[in-house]
Design a protein around this ligand. Structure first.
Ligand SMILES: [Fe+2]
Length: 230
């Protein structure tokens, strides 16, 4: 009898070890697959867990669920990897600015020591909101999390590090927080005179929100329906 119990435990342990081995391999394969896109050395995206722990923690699911930057682009979130050591003279950045009409630029540092009214602002940044224009951020130092909603309302965490530039489309619900390093230095860009107004959720009646739904939610749903019927 005792031998059977021991044997059962050993069997369970072997099954658990085998499961962990497969799980780790899947994570490693996913990591290698995603790292082929060099942007993902400075911008990574994953689905968040539902924990209410410190917003500055990574909040990975278990097991981790990464997204590619192409999947982010399907939600309208664009991304580049740029030379952050030379952002003042970078021709690639200049070309993006010309192509997309980003005439305005400034630099913001977010950390307790440098941002006036830090506690209030960091709280506001993490309120779910949208803008009626693109939110364009280029991380030239430090790191930060930009969280965006997917089509099914799940939170995707987008970790942007030095050299990563992202564009959140007008009308997408999102929020921002520092990570546990508590520091980001970011370039803010804009078409014309900047408007930073956040519209906290819900603001579904705004034209920018309706346009976002038409462009990135309904179109994808109808594409999937056509694909399923074909
Ligand atoms: Fe925002």
């Amino acid at each position: 009898m005792a031998a059977m119990v021991v044997s059962g435990k050993v069997s369970l342990f072997i099954k658990y070890s085998y499961f962990k081995l497969i799980q780790n391999n899947i994570e490693q394969i996913s990591f290698i697959f995603f790292m082929q896109d060099t942007r993902e050395e400075v911008i990574q995206a994953w689905y968040m867990d539902d924990s209410t722990e410190d917003q500055r923690l990574p909040h990975h699911r278990e097991p981790k669920e990464f997204l590619s930057l192409d999947q982010l682009a399907e939600l309208g979130v664009l991304s580049w990897r740029l030379d952050a050591d030379n952002y003042e003279t970078d021709e690639e950045l200049n070309k993006i600015r010309v192509d997309r009409g980003y005439s305005y630029v400034d630099i913001i540092e977010v950390c307790p020591e440098k941002l006036p009214n830090y506690e209030v602002k960091i709280k506001n940044f993490f309120e779910e909101h949208l803008h009626t224009d693109e939110e364009i951020r280029y991380c030239v130092a430090g790191t930060g999390y930009f969280d965006v909603r997917d089509r099914d309302e799940r939170w995707i965490r987008v970790w942007v590090k030095k050299g990563g530039m992202i564009v959140l489309p007008a009308g997408i619900y999102h929020r921002f927080t520092l990570d546990t390093d508590n520091y980001i230095k970011a370039m803010r860009l804009f078409v014309g005179e900047p408007v930073w107004t956040p519209y906290n959720r819900p603001h579904d009646h705004l034209p920018a929100r309706k346009e976002y739904i038409e462009t990135f939610v309904k179109k994808e749903a109808s594409n999937n329906a056509v694909g399923a019927a074909a």
